[in-house]
Design a protein around this ligand. Sequence first.
Ligand SMILES: *[C@@H]1O[C@H](CO)[C@@H](O)[C@H](O)[C@H]1NC(C)=O
Ligand SMILES: *[C@@H]1O[C@H](CO)[C@@H](O)[C@H](O)[C@H]1NC(C)=O
Length: 733
Amino acid sequence: MEKDDCIPLFETKRMKGRFIYRLFALSIFVSIVLVWVYRAINIPSECGSRLVWMMMFAAELWFGLYWILTQSVRWNKIYRVPFKERLSQRFEEELPCVDVFVCTADPTIEPPIMVINTVLSVMAYDYPPEKLSVYLSDDAGSQITFYALLEASTFSKQWLPYCKKYNVEPRSPAAYFSAFPQKDDADQASEYYLIKNLYADMENRIELASRAGRVSQEAQAGHGGFLNWHSYFSKGDHDTILQILINGDNSDDKDVEGCSLPTLVYLAREKRPRHFHNFKAGAMNALIRVSSEISNAPIILNVDCDMYSNNSQAVRDALCFFMDEKQGNEIAFVQFPQNYENVTKNDLYGNSLLIISQVDFCGIDGHGGPLYVGSGCFHRRETLSGAKYSKEGLAKLTRERAIKFKENIQELEERLKFLANCQFEENTEWGDEIGVKYGCPTEDVISGLSIQCRGWKSAYYNPEKMAFLGVAPTTLDQTLVQQKRWSEGDLQIFISKYSPVWYGVGRIKLGHIMAYCIYCLWSPNCLATIYYCIIPSLHLLKGIPLFPQISSLWFLPFTYVIVAEHIHSLVEFLFSGGTILGWWNDQRMWLYKRQTSYLFALIDTVLKMVGLSTFSFVISDKTTDEDVNLRYKQEIMEFGIPSTMFTILASLAMLNLLCFIWLVKKIVADFGVGYAYEYMILQTLLCGILVAINLPLYNAMFWRKDSGRMPTSVTCKSFFFALSVCTCYAYLY
Ligand SMILES: *[C@@H]1O[C@H](CO)[C@@H](O)[C@H](O)[C@H]1NC(C)=O
Ligand SMILES: *[C@@H]1O[C@H](CO)[C@@H](O)[C@H](O)[C@H]1NC(C)=O
């Protein structure tokens, strides 16, 4: 019989059917090479068409090489299964302390009521409260957020015992009350309504304060913490504010049942106009320092303020990875997927990133661990502080204990403030060798990469019941802008000194580098895609074929790549839990992201490289009204604003529509079906599919009457643009 402590705390399963998949991938690879060969040996001699041909070749080279990158995450997918019962049996008494960092930056975009719902949901984890500490970093230094947190600290005294008594899920009060608008069980009902009313009252008070833009005098008089705002001039100019709202060690801070509560801390680091604050990375580093003097837990969970915990067991799940005797020592962080509660059935904007969370990350895990994506991630404190991998991890986890408060709370707060001051990091390694890295919009990814380059592994865990739920963008514009930000950040990683290519070589595996490159090279995809959306369609006008004819043998590899890859992507999508319509929507978003978000990201990055001041194309509109929400629920695409991105989408869609109409007319009038069929079937197909996938866009331009339709100015612009391009091309070229 095996000894008890030899049974692993988690299991790693390999994907099934790997062999079949690899055969399939090989067949695609061969076809891609044949496509390249066809391009290489059929280069036309005439100068103009040679250019067009070579660009087609370049686009196909890019697609093929990028496809090879994407194979890295399909080659060796693994799935993790933690065993929480074993963890409890073996370690219940010596579970390590856990610090939770919640970051917020703006009380208007991230309403305080949402922030405290996230805070309450993590305070209510099924975990010994004396071992849990929750830190809120408020980069706006907003009195209203502080007030909301103060209210939450009072409410938690009722909420936590209620959650534990009835084992409720989810433990964000807002999510819980909206999932269970009423309770009829005799024993629970009275308490349920009591708590629900308490929550509603609290929500009201916070809403009132938010709307008034300030906290009432009575409320301010009730807590000394508000005195800190005496030195507050603006969001960008104030002293450090540090308040320990619940002291987990204090006998006065108990819940209504007399049990301990998690420690709860509010931090607004010092801000000065002349001092650059490094956004969320700066906030994380201040939290790491301040928490090291308060609770100093060896495990840190980092969540965004809009991502509440939907699973009170998530801490225990994560600990199974860290505490496993055999493999746990090398794991630096455990990343959970980012899920969204507001995703509709067919996910019109592809927000759930299904393939990334169900396929890509399982594949990266097989190469040494997922990326750190900035939220829903458990870290070892020591790795964030720059430690290299060594074999003593586990001993450290259980040995370290929370630092007890030796002094009076006010003194402690005063003593620790300097840790979050602007000058603290001057002439230190913070932001470079220690803590989260600075200097890049996607600092999380770089920090994760550098941890892996120091010899650590990471683990990806995607539980059935989602662990963290956030709010997805609900308009096309928001999604495209978000994608622009991400792809731009990732491209900057690629060209920075921390590029997975030159920084990773020799430190992490080749497959791992390739997997990182899938994201880092999102943005350059735009060029090949846009070329493919314009040139073949225009050549239909002139009757110039760019692909092999149906009677040629070269027709086969082209067709095989196109058909087999799309069938594969559909099957993969369905297996990942999507719907057929969802897949079609995802394909559309794939196209739209490449036509706009990635293009803008590329242009911005190039402008920055040549030293031109950054020129911002797009402003994201965060307000969503009733109509917008209704259309989102009905899965009707939202345009409505005259953004540059929409002009590009509309122009490309219009161009393909004109070419398609022209072709249909030509077939009917002059040539008969055979013309398009024999001679240019692939080109016709490409144009036809582009038209089909753009149907919602045409609908928004020509038929819809609601406020989410395409603005007339955009429609006109795109029409004239497309018409002039087609005319020039047909008559001049
Ligand atoms: C999210 O979805 C829920 C239910 O569909 C809805 O009540 C809520 O208003 C939505 N929130 C946002 C920000 O769209
Ligand atoms: C969130 O938690 C609830 C309650 O356990 C569960 O029913 C629901 O499926 C979870 N949501 C998701 C998206 O997994």
